[in-house]
Design a protein around this ligand. Structure first.
Ligand SMILES: [Zn+2]
Length: 437
C-alpha cells in the first residue's frame, strides 16, 4: 500500500532507470496514462526511445548541465505545482528512491527477475511501497493489490487511499539472505522508526513499538499476520514452526505469544495445521548477551555466537523460523546456524517486518535550509489524518518550547534556491519568508 499517496493524480517515471527496456517502459507509460497524468523524468536528455508518449510530458531541460536527480524531481513538483501526496514515482533501480521518499512520493520499483541479490537488497534498503512485476502495475495503482500482508492486516480502514478492499490480493517479500543464500527471509511488512516521516502513517510500525511493552495486545494481530505469511510463503510445505528464542533474562516470550495466537485462528484449522507442529521448544537461548543496538553485523555475530541450542527433533526436518523485526539478520543467522548444525533439512525464516539500517537516517538526509524558532532542524513529517506532508521541528515533541512548521511546497522551493542558487531566482517573497527564521 502507498503510505504517502492519498489520491493518484500523476505518475513520475524515472526514464534513465529503464535504459535498454524500451518496450517495457512504453507498456508502463500506457498503463499509467489510463489513470492520470504521466511525467517522464530524466536528468539527462537521452532517455530510451519513446513510441507511445502521446499523453506524456517529457520533462528534461536542456540547460547544458547535469542536474542531480533529486533536484530534477524538486523542480518538477515545484514548477508544475504538484502535491506529492497525489503522486507516485516509478523506477527500475534503487538509486533514485531516496529523493522520491524525501519528497514524499509513493514509490514503485518494477521487477524483471534479472536483478542480482545485492540489487534486491539495495532496493529493500530504501523501502519502496511496492516492488512488483509490471503485470501487477494496474492492480497496484487501482488499489486491488495492497502489497505487504502485514501492512494490510495491521492497518485500520481509514489509512487506505481507496476503500479497504474486502478481498484484496496481498503478498509478502522474499529478502535475499546474503549470509545464508538458501534461507531467504519472507517478510510481512516494513518497519519505520520515529525518525522517518512515514512512521506516522504506518500502523504496523506503531503496533511493533506498542508490542515492546504490551505484547498481549498485539498477539492476535501479529499471530494473524505471521500465520498468513507462513501460509503464502511456504505453501504449507514444512514440518515444524519455531521461533528465535528470547534471552534468559527476558520474562516475556513475545514470539511464543504470537504462536499461541495461531492456534485459535480459524485459518489454522482450515489449513489442516496440527498444534503439534508448533514447537517453540526447538530452540533455546542458553547465555545472556547484551543489546545489539548500534552494532555492525560483524560485531553482532561475535556477541551472539554460540548462545543458542537446538533440540534433537530438528534432525532431517523442514522448519519455519519466526522472528519479529529484521535489521542486520545476525540473530536470525545464528539461529539458522544452530538448527543446521543439529541437522535440520531446510529452514524457512519468516519475519514480521524488515528494518534495514540505511533508512534510519532518511529524515536527516534532507537539506536543512531552515531551522525552527527553537533552533533545531526542520524535518519532513506527515499529518496523521490525510497524510499531508509538511516540515516540522525535529524536537517538536518537546512541548516546553514554541515550534514552527512550514508547508511542503514552500520548503521545496527553498531547497531548490539553496541547492541551485544560480538557476533559481529568489523572489522577494521567499526572502521575506527566510528572514523569519
Ligand atoms: Zn522547534
Amino acid at each position: 500500500m502507498f503510505l504517502t499517496t492519498r489520491e493518484i493524480k500523476f505518475v513520475v517515471i524515472d526514464l534513465e532507470s529503464f535504459q535498454e527496456r524500451e518496450n517495457e517502459v512504453n507498456a508502463i507509460i500506457e498503463t499509467c496514462s489510463r489513470l492520470g497524468k504521466v511525467l517522464l523524468v530524466s536528468s539527462q536528455l537521452a532517455g530510451p526511445a519513446l513510441q507511445s508518449s502521446g499523453t506524456a510530458i517529457h520533462y528534461a531541460k536542456n540547460t547544458g548541465e547535469q542536474w542531480l536527480f533529486a533536484n530534477v524531481l524538486r523542480r518538477v513538483l515545484s514548477e508544475l505545482e504538484l502535491k506529492p501526496t497525489s503522486g507516485v514515482f516509478i523506477t527500475n533501480s534503487h538509486e533514485n528512491l531516496k529523493p522520491a521518499h524525501e519528497l514524499m512520493l509513493g514509490t514503485i520499483v518494477t521487477r524483471f527477475d534479472d536483478e542480482s541479490d545485492q540489487e534486491v537488497v539495495n532496493i529493500f534498503q530504501q523501502f519502496p511501497d511496492f516492488f512488483i512485476r509490471p503485470s501487477k502495475l494496474y492492480e497496484c495503482l487501482t488499489g486491488e493489490f495492497v502489497g505487504f500482508a502485514g501492512e494490510y492486516y495491521a492497518a485500520p480502514p481509514g489509512i487506505f487511499i481507496f476503500k479497504k478492499p474486502e478481498k484484496p490480493t496481498y503478498s509478502f517479500s522474499r529478502v535475499p539472505n546474503l549470509k545464508n543464500p538458501d534461507c531467504p527471509i519472507a517478510v510481512a511488512g516494513r518497519y519505520f522508526d520515529m525518525s522517518d516521516a512515514r512512521y506516522f502513517l504506518h500502523a504496523l510500525s506503531a503496533r511493533i513499538i506498542n508490542s515492546k511493552n504490551n505484547p498481549e495486545r498485539q498477539a492476535k494481530c501479529f499471530g494473524n499476520i505471521l500465520l498468513r505469511t507462513i501460509r503464502i510463503s511456504t505453501k504449507n510445505d514444512f514440518d515444524y514452526i519455531t521461533r528465535v528464542p528470547p534471552k534468559p533474562s527476558q520474562k516475556v516470550d513475545r514470539l511464543k505469544m504470537y504462536m499461541d495466537a495461531f492456534a485459535d485462528h480459524p485459518l489454522f484449522a482450515r489449513e489442516d495445521y496440527d498444534k503439534k507442529q508448533l514447537r517453540p521448544d526447538l530452540l533455546a537461548c542458553e547465555k545472556e548477551y547484551h543489546s545489539l543496538k548500534h552494532y555492525s553485523y560483524a560485531d553482532r555475530l561475535k556477541v551472539i555466537e554460540g548462545v543458542f541450542s537446538a533440540h534433537n527433533d530438528v534432525k532431517g526436518k523442514r522448519i519455519v523460523l519466526l522472528d519479529d523485526v529484521q535489521t542486520t539478520g545476525a540473530t536470525l543467522n545464528e539461529a539458522i546456524k544452530t538448527l543446521k548444525e543439529k541437522g535440520a533439512a531446510q529452514i524457512y525464516p519468516v519475519a514480521l517486518a524488515y528494518h534495514p539500517y540505511a533508512v534510519q537516517t532518511l529524515a536527516l538526509a534532507v537539506p536543512h535550509h531552515v531551522s525552527c524558532k527553537c533552533g533545531k532542524k526542520m524535518v519532513p513529517r506527515c499529518k496523521i489524518d490525510g497524510g499531508e506532508p509538511f516540515y516540522g521541528c525535529s524536537d517538536g515533541f518537546n512541548k516546553d518550547k514554541k515550534h514552527s512548521t512550514i508547508t511542503f511546497s514552500e520548503s521545496v522551493k527553498t531547497q531548490l534556491s539553496v541547492l541551485e542558487p544560480s538557476v533559481m531566482k529568489q523572489d522577494e517573497e521567499v526572502d521575506a519568508w527566510n528572514a523569519q527564521f
